[in-house]
Each structure stands twice: as structure tokens, then as C-alpha cells.
Write a protein that binds this ligand. Structure first.
Ligand SMILES: [Zn+2]
Length: 464
């Protein structure tokens, strides 16, 4: 009798455990289903969840970037648009494009609904349409300007966060996928969205970080001057400039990009204050929005000797920065020191999704932001040339030529900045890998996108 009772008690325990497990797994699947169904390694579900009946992806002006017709995923008619939008939209037949809309929002696009599950016939599922903030005209302009160079372009609204342009090269046409993607050197790193995941030596664009640290920490620093003779010993080695700049204050040092000035400023600030300012400005953490995320920008001077540390203040040494981080710093300068969080999904149909802007903590004071803004304005006026940009916009900028080899032949060309314009309040960053000087080779890329923006505004469309 006792034995039977004991046995039924065990059966009871097992029954409870079974149902508890069932409830646990059901709840777990319910909670995690959206993530689970999107995992590319989940082959069975990916096959069932492909996009051949998926919803549309549209740009800000409702230009169709991707849609499904007769069970096939079709991209925009224009090859340039298809290539320019690859890293944002993705490639349904090649899941290697990392962190793209068709990957992140797959469940919405295929109309995945837990209540009915994936057992529902594909043609009865209702895929949702996703409208993005990007403008395919700006995408095209950026891609054309980058040409066959590797690099990245990002433009985003420093008041709302809307990303109008995010292009990465090399790229390819998802409608006519080349079969040498894995073997041809020209496609090296093609699956990576360099605007978010490219980590580059920032060169002189980093002087904005050092300048901010100086303005935040040293009283009246902007009025102190230094004699630039083209070379100066800091530590045991020289810090060099392109030419002897004579007497320079901070504004001149930003405008003409004086390495000696910023090498000395970093030295005066010391590692702790430089590190603190860099971390405040996004280094050593990721930028995340709408399911997308970036690599980390790296500022690590723990092992730097005196000369290395001076070079870190000039954006060299081991410093690495992502294009989106560079753009974020310009966006904060334009917006009184407060960075807005970027966003790229404007709306999802049948989803009460309504975008609202969100802001991070101030990365510098409003006074510091205003001074840096004035210096970037001065640099365009006195060095880069206002005539090189569309006359419609009031452009403030800082270029960079980031040395990545000893002979200085292989530099990355940079420009970052923003427009002080109510109808186009956009901050930007451009990097051209091994593009040479920022002045010669990054400015034209930013200028090409601005000209396309001017055309869009002239045609009556807005970027609000
Ligand atoms: Zn100098």
C-alpha cells in the first residue's frame, strides 16, 4: 500500500514537472519567438520565414526599396539605389549582410504572428511595410561620390535623430549577386556596414575631442597661443605638422589642423582628463538604435608613452573611431552639446509604432559646443572653402587625414560637420579608406550629398 502511494506521489510530481515545463516553454517561446524566428542559424524557421511574401521597405519619400511580387523578393528598379541601400535593407538570399532591416525586422516583414504561427499559408500572412528615414536620392549621391573606393557616409538630423543617408562601400547589387563576393579582393569586408562597424584611425577629426577636453577643463584655453615651427619634440620624439603655422590659438589650430598644438594640449590635460572626455563622447561603448548597433570606438592610452599620448590627442596612436561616432560628435556640437539618438525606422504599418526623439546626456557644455561650432565655421570659411559646398547650406566642418602607414601614403580621408540650417539640420561623417587627404578627397563626397539634398529641397520635399 505504502509502495503504491509512494509511486503515485512520484507520478504526481512528474506530472506537475511536465506541465510546469510545458508552461515554461510556451511562455518562453511566446516571449522570445520574435528573436528566435529571426536567427539565421535556425535553418528550418528561416526557410519558413523567408521574405518571398514579405512586406515592402520604403524610403522616406515612399520609394520602394524592396518588395515581394509573385513570391519573389524584388529590389528597387535602379541598380545604384539597390547597391547604395544594400547595407541598410539587406539581401534576402544572403544572410551575411549583418544588422540590416530585413534581418532585424524579419518577423514584421513576413507578418509573423504567434497566435496563428508559421503554419498559416504564406500567402495569407500579412507582412507589414516598413518606411525608413533614408532618402534614396542621398544614398545614390553618396555611392556615386565614393565611386570604387571603400568607405562610409552618414548624414543624420541632429534635432530629431532621423538618418537620411547611410552608405557603405564596397557594395553589390542584391538583384544580381556577383559570384566572386568571397574571392575578389574588391569585395573585402562587403558584408559589413562600415558606417556603424568600420573602426578607423580618426586623424584630425579627433581634434574636436581634444579641443572639447581643453575647453571643459582649462580656463581661458582658447586665448592661449603656441608657436608652431612645423615640428616639436614631445617625449623623445617629434610631433610634426604639414607646415610651420606660426602663432596659433585654438581656432587656428582647428582650422589649419595643427598637430603640435593638440599634442601639447593633450599633454597638458593628462591621460585621465583625455580619457574621461573621450568616454563621454562615445568612445569604448556602442551606439544602438532601432535594433542596429555599432562597433566601439577605441581610446586606450594606458600603455602610451609621452609621445604616443601626444599623438593620441591628434587622433593617431592606437585610437579608432566609427563613422557614426564621428557624426554623433558633430551632431552634439550642432545641438548645444546634447546628442540625439539616431533612428532609421519611420513607421511600420499596422503597428502603433510612432517614433519619438530621444536624447543622450550632454557630452560637452553648451558654451564648448558653441565655440567648436564657431571654429568649424571658421575652418570652412578660411581653409576648406565655402564655394566647395552647395551655397544653400551654412556648413561647419573639420577634415582629417588619418595616417595608417609609416610613409604617410595610405591615409584615410575624413570630413565631419553639420549644416546650420533650419530646413536641413543634418550632421555628417565621411570616411574614404586610403583616400588620401580629407581636404582633397572627403570634402567632395560630403558636398555631393549636400547638392543632392539641395535638389530634394528645391523639388518641394522636406527632411522634417
Ligand atoms: Zn602646427
Amino acid at each position: 500500500m505504502k509502495k503504491i502511494r509512494k509511486r503515485s506521489f512520484i507520478v504526481l510530481l512528474m506530472t506537475i514537472a511536465f506541465f510546469a515545463g510545458l508552461v515554461y516553454h510556451t511562455v518562453n517561446i511566446y516571449i522570445n519567438a520574435k528573436e528566435w524566428v529571426m536567427k539565421p542559424q535556425n535553418l528550418h524557421l528561416t526557410a519558413a520565414g523567408n521574405l518571398d511574401h514579405g512586406g515592402k521597405i520604403l524610403d522616406i519619400n515612399n520609394v520602394v526599396l524592396a518588395q515581394s511580387i509573385d513570391g519573389e523578393r524584388i529590389y528597387n528598379d535602379d541598380e545604384l539605389v539597390r547597391k547604395a541601400c544594400l547595407h541598410v535593407v539587406g539581401d534576402d538570399k544572403n544572410s551575411n549582410i549583418f544588422n540590416c532591416i530585413q534581418e532585424i525586422y524579419r518577423a514584421d516583414l513576413i507578418g509573423y504572428d504567434f497566435t496563428f504561427g508559421l503554419g498559416m499559408p504564406k500567402d495569407l500572412r500579412k507582412g507589414k511595410d516598413i518606411r525608413l528615414t533614408i532618402d534614396s536620392n542621398l544614398q545614390k549621391a553618396a555611392l556615386t561620390a565614393l565611386g570604387d573606393k571603400k568607405g562610409a557616409v552618414i548624414f543624420y538630423n541632429y534635432k530629431t535623430g532621423a538618418v537620411a543617408c547611410m552608405v557603405s562601400t564596397p557594395t553589390y547589387d542584391p538583384q544580381n549577386r556577383p559570384n566572386d563576393l568571397e574571392s575578389n579582393e574588391a569585395y573585402e569586408g562587403v558584408y559589413l556596414n562600415r558606417a556603424l562597424w568600420g573602426q578607423y584611425t580618426p586623424g584630425s577629426t579627433f581634434k574636436l575631442v581634444t579641443a572639447a577636453a581643453g575647453l571643459e577643463n582649462i580656463r581661458d584655453i582658447e586665448n592661449k597661443v603656441l608657436q608652431c615651427k612645423g615640428a616639436d619634440i614631445i617625449g623623445n620624439e617629434a610631433i610634426t605638422c604639414e607646415f610651420s603655422m606660426g602663432t596659433v590659438n585654438m581656432r587656428d589650430a582647428v582650422c589649419y589642423s595643427c598637430n603640435i598644438y593638440f599634442g601639447h594640449l593633450a599633454t597638458e590635460l593628462g591621460k585621465a582628463r583625455m580619457f574621461k572626455q573621450a568616454e563621454k563622447m562615445g568612445f569604448n561603448s556602442r551606439i544602438e538604435f532601432d535594433g542596429m548597433e555599432s562597433a566601439k570606438s577605441v581610446y586606450d592610452v594606458s600603455e602610451a608613452d609621452v609621445n604616443d599620448f601626444a599623438w593620441s590627442g591628434v587622433g593617431q596612436y592606437n585610437t579608432l573611431e566609427t563613422p557614426i561616432n564621428v557624426a554623433m560628435i558633430s551632431a552634439a556640437i550642432a545641438n548645444g552639446g546634447i546628442p540625439v539618438t539616431p533612428y532609421i525606422v519611420q513607421s511600420i504599418t499596422d503597428n502603433d509604432f510612432e517614433h519619438s526623439s530621444s536624447f543622450g546626456n550632454a557630452i560637452m557644455s553648451a558654451e564648448t559646443a558653441e565655440k567648436l561650432s564657431d571654429y568649424m565655421d571658421y575652418a570652412v570659411e578660411n581653409n576648406y572653402g565655402k564655394y566647395r559646398f552647395s551655397s544653400r547650406f551654412d556648413v561647419c566642418a573639420k577634415t582629417g587625414t588619418a595616417e595608417v602607414s609609416e610613409d604617410g601614403q595610405d591615409a584615410h580621408a575624413w570630413i565631419t560637420g553639420f549644416c546650420k540650417d533650419e530646413d536641413f539640420p543634418y550632421a555628417f561623417a565621411v570616411v574614404v579608406e586610403h583616400g588620401g587627404s580629407g581636404y582633397d578627397n572627403a570634402i567632395p563626397v560630403a558636398a555631393a550629398v549636400l547638392s543632392a539634398a539641395e535638389e530634394t529641397l528645391d523639388s518641394g520635399m522636406t527632411y522634417k
